[in-house]
Design a protein around this ligand. Structure first.
Ligand code: XMP
Length: 515
């Protein structure tokens, strides 16, 4: 944050999947919060002047030889500290207590008995359900520490170092499964750290514009737009920050939703007065993808072909020093390139797929935000409702919704059937209630009857999910009549389809896109 008047909380990331969620929860309570690597030097942290520091959880055991340890000087900064899970164990160990492998792993919901209902647990109640995920536990408390709460298996599930505002909690207050978890974080941030809740999304917009100007100076930026909310928001922020030093490019890779290639450049011109360079690369993408059925390979090819397209534009319209991207936080964590240690699920093309030898510097103004936070920013920037409410669409487009090789026939089916799914949801007023809705297709075929004829057509998979941030998702319980209508329309209107199925797997264990 450039603005010193805004109070901040810092989260040090020890590798938990929830690290960023802690930041988000604190921001939801109107305090600016940023995630930093666990080994950020105390001097750097001191320069940021945080009101409080949170140590996240993490997969390591405090006793393993390579366990992540923060700069010891942090404890001397006089800033309140809250350790969560691994962070809790780290504090206990640091001050001379004993952490040991619990007699059995506590995972999931547990009952937390609060022994001190003031301070960190003010207005939380005397007994709550909390979310546990640990194998190690504090066994012997260091001198000067006392217990604030316990569970059946963790006698010191919450502790404080008296007089030093250093707290440790074994459970995760940031996840929804912990009752009144937000109240605990609020007590730490507002009451113990005394951070003023002055931060709003408007501050993010000002801050982002300010940072873009600082970073880019007089250099030129190429911004890839897809018509999705993320890249559109990035383009508008850049346009506001650097005006004509921004050029936007739209690459038609042939794997878009129906008619999208015409709608996007028109929207940018009509609504934001931004000219978009249109690249028709349909043929080259589809040719390069011929014969490829491995999902990660498809993503890599698309990533590198995007890079080629940008390079061509740069040669013709450049030079550009920067490439802007609409990367969001979930893209980063799922690609395994977050600031802490977490495992790779898919290579999102806008994160890991672009070749390293590209000569652009990368600017990603939204990389710390979740989708719903981007929607708020976009609304503040005047993005029209039709785009605001449009479902997210993956960068590699229909390539991740076509299982196996991408053929013209399967592409046609995916496009047409997806349009029907969207139309039907809009018709019954459910489109805005769901996170994403589309039709996928693979090579599986099934026998049907068309008139009196036997047909051996493709099986189309309808996928509709509810989610708030794409990190987890539930399959949507659509009304059966609606499913019947969708199925009938697809088999009647889309050539070469004999069966329609509905995907009833949630994330986890499935992902939202099949590839
Ligand atoms: P998964 O399938 O990983 O998807 O559960 C999570 C969210 O990310 C979108 N998605 C992508 N978005 N580039 C993107 O810009 C990608 O490579 C990519 N892959 C998946 C997906 O649509 C869902 O919203």
């Amino acid at each position: 944050m450039a603005d010193d008047k805004i109070d901040k909380i810092i989260v040090l990331d020890f590798g938990s999947q929830y690290s960023h969620l802690i930041c988000r929860r604190i921001r939801e309570m109107n305090v600016y919060c940023e995630l930093l690597p666990y080994n950020t030097p105390a001097k750097v942290i001191n320069d940021i002047k945080p009101k409080g520091i949170i140590f996240s959880g993490g997969p390591a055991s405090i006793y393993s030889s390579d366990s992540p340890i923060p700069d010891g000087q942090i404890f001397g900064l006089g800033v309140p500290i809250l350790g969560i899970c691994y962070g809790h164990q780290l504090i206990v160990d640091k001050f001379g207590g004993k952490v040991k492998r619990a007699s059995y792993r506590e995972y999931g919901s547990a009952e937390l008995f609060i022994d001190d209902t003031s301070d960190l647990f003010d207005k939380v109640g005397s007994k709550i359900r909390c979310w546990m995920s640990h194998a190690d536990a504090a066994e012997v408390l260091p001198e000067g520490f006392r217990t604030l709460a316990h569970t059946q298996n963790s006698p010191s599930a919450a502790v404080v170092k008296t007089g030093m505002n250093i707290y440790g909690i074994q459970f995760h207050p940031e996840v929804v499964h912990t009752e009144n978890g937000l109240e605990i974080l609020k007590n730490f941030s507002h009451k113990i750290s005394k951070a003023r809740p002055d931060w709003r999304m408007e501050c993010f917009v000002e801050e982002a514009i300010h940072n873009i100007r600082l970073k880019v100076r007089n250099e030129r930026v190429l911004c890839a737009v897809s018509g999705g909310i993320d890249s559109t928001t990035v383009a508008i922020l850049l346009h506001k920050a650097i005006g004509s030093n921004l050029s936007c490019v739209f690459v038609n890779h042939g794997l878009l939703r129906e008619d999208e290639q015409h709608q996007v450049p028109k929207l940018f011109k009509d609504h934001f007065d931004i000219d978009v360079i249109y690249v028709d690369a349909e043929e080259v993408f589809l040719t390069n993808l011929k014969g490829v059925s491995d999902p990660e390979m498809k993503r890599k090819i698309i990533g590198s072909e995007f890079a080629n397209s940008f390079l061509k534009v740069a040669l013709k319209n450049g030079p550009f020093q920067w490439l802007a991207q609409g990367t969001l936080y979930p893209d980063i964590i799922e690609s395994g390139v977050s600031k802490g240690p977490a495992s790779v699920i898919k290579t999102h093309h806008n994160v890991g797929g672009l070749p390293k030898d590209l000569n652009f510097k990368i600017i990603e103004p939204l990389r710390n935000l979740y989708k719903d936070e981007v929607r708020i920013v976009a609304k503040l920037l005047g993005v029209p409702a039709v785009l605001l409410n449009r479902h997210p669409f993956p960068g590699p487009g229909l390539a991740v919704r076509i299982i196996g090789e991408i053929t013209p026939k399967k592409l046609k089916i995916a496009k047409h059937a997806s349009r029907i799914v969207e139309q039907e949801l809009l018709r019954v007023g459910l489109y805005d209630n769901v996170w994403q809705a589309y039709a996928a297709v693979g090579d599986d075929r099934a026998v049907g009857v068309l008139g009196d004829e036997r047909m051996y057509g493709h099986i189309v998979i309808i996928r509709v999910v509810d989610s708030t941030d794409a990190m987890t998702a539930n399959w949507t319980r659509l009304p059966h009549d609606l499913l019947t209508d969708i199925s009938n329309r697809i088999t009647n209107e889309v050539e070469g389809v004999s069966w329609v199925t509905y995907a009833v797997s949630s994330k986890p264990p499935a992902t939202i896109e099949p590839q």
